[in-house]
Write a protein that binds this ligand. Sequence first.
Ligand code: GSH
Length: 201
Amino acid sequence: MKLYFAPNSRAVRIAWLLEELGMDYEIEKYSVGDKALRTPEYYKLHPMGRVPVLEDESIKIYESGAIVEYLLSKYDKGKFCPDKTDSTFPYYLQWLHYAEGSIMPQVNTIVVETILLPPERKNEVNVARAFKLLNVALLNVNNNLENKDFLTGTFSGADIMTGHACIGAKRVGADISDLTNVESYIDRLLSRPALQKAIKI
Ligand SMILES: N[C@@H](CCC(=O)N[C@@H](CS)C(=O)NCC(=O)O)C(=O)O
């Protein structure tokens, strides 16, 4: 098993899950923005030149959410993914996909507008709107976490995806000072040895 990885990227989600599962894996390390991700050879692994990509024997799969679902369906044995007949399963899927569907679009806009674009192309209206929408998305997470340690009760793949997105949202400057459940949720996730290991790669 090989993980195409970059620090401070969505690839951390996959290393985190592999650590939680106690699996052996190899890392091929890049950095975000690396020219090596824009080569004909790398485009064969990921046509858009992104991480993460997971190679498992002849399988090469990208999209962090899909990789989480793939690993859990093949190797998890029910630890971090509820059974399909369980009443929490639909909500597990909802929160697993919430990361890329409802949080990361705003995080991407904020990163592009505040870090990547040159000053003359930055647009304050886009930034303000992205922060507003991000706050609405995080408020929803906060409400869901009332009386719960994790998104669907016990720690699962949904926390790897949406928990990591919450950490990313805080890192780009989302104001979570009133979102105390999200704040303690982030601390709870960051105290997990598997995430600490993935962050240090
Ligand atoms: N939706 C994709 C997004 C993948 C993505 O955008 N990855 C970023 C890092 S978080 C990347 O590889 N950037 C490298 C670059 O653009 O140079 C996923 O969840 O895997």
